[in-house]
Design a protein around this ligand. Sequence first.
Ligand code: KG4
Ligand code: ZN
Length: 305
Amino acid sequence: MPELASRAHLQNIVPVVDAAVKKAGVQLQDVDAIAFTQSPGLIGALLVGAGFAKSLSLALGKPLIAVHHMQAHVMANLINPPLPEFPFLCLTVSGGHTQIVQCQSPYDMKVIGETIDDAAGEAFDKTAKLIGLPYPGGPLIDQYAALGNPQAFSFPEPKVDGLNFSFSGLKTSILYFLQNAGKSNVYKEAFTATEEEKKQFIQTHLADICASVQHRIIHILLNKLQKASQQTGIKTICIAGGVSANRGLRNELTRLGGQLNWKVFIPPFEYCTDNAAMIAITAHYKYLQNDFVKEDVVPMARAEW
Ligand code: KG4
Ligand code: ZN
């Protein structure tokens, strides 16, 4: 609910900034610059952050730095040592995006593959909704999957050219699978379950459904990552974004990395989901290049980077 999100930002921004400077043990006057997220996101929330950052920058006489949220997810890998060496590939998997980014330096990053429809996080969240779990469903599917058998049910791998992803077909096949109470992935094939049969099936197979769906999502992601590594010759691999908190993905990536001689970097949980430290580390590199913006800068709901 965008309206509620904007209001919540308005209510929280002053207390959050107060708490952050207190926790960091600094005075606002001591910071070198003020950074904010320019895009992408809900425009109302972005406007609150941008307006507040501009005011603070003017009041304190500090330069202003605009940060792209998706670049910041990648840069989360540069917060805590050991740091990956450039060049590296980053699989960024969040609620709104699924991208493979080729990173030559902090100033040279190129998206070489992305989803043509749903994001990986959406695939988790939409599956959760179909099986009656609350939003955001990703962390819950992760929990149930740990108790289930990933081979229990099989879901199709989408056929998408190059390094791009697609998750909308998976969602549809899960919908049909549930409508058929696990007997088929195909629309109205032979059997259509009643609501009661469907509920029963989900209840008794929840862990196996979660484990099987998660298994498919992870393999869609890792197959393309492997392809990207083959194409670019880059074997230093990072992940980022909310879905990189997924334990199955972290384990499988570590296992595959061991097999393929990759150097794998996985940020701590708190830097995987949305956080302000990733905005700050991106701003740090921009600061070193005097990459500042003026007060007339505008936030954007969508923007390339
Ligand atoms: O990066 P993020 O925090 O926010 C966006 O910028 O979108 O990502 C949120 C997404 C949600 O779709 C959420 O379900 C997913 O990350 N997510 C997970 C896990 N934790 C968060 N998905 C799978 N397993 C998790 N443990
Ligand atoms: Zn995010």
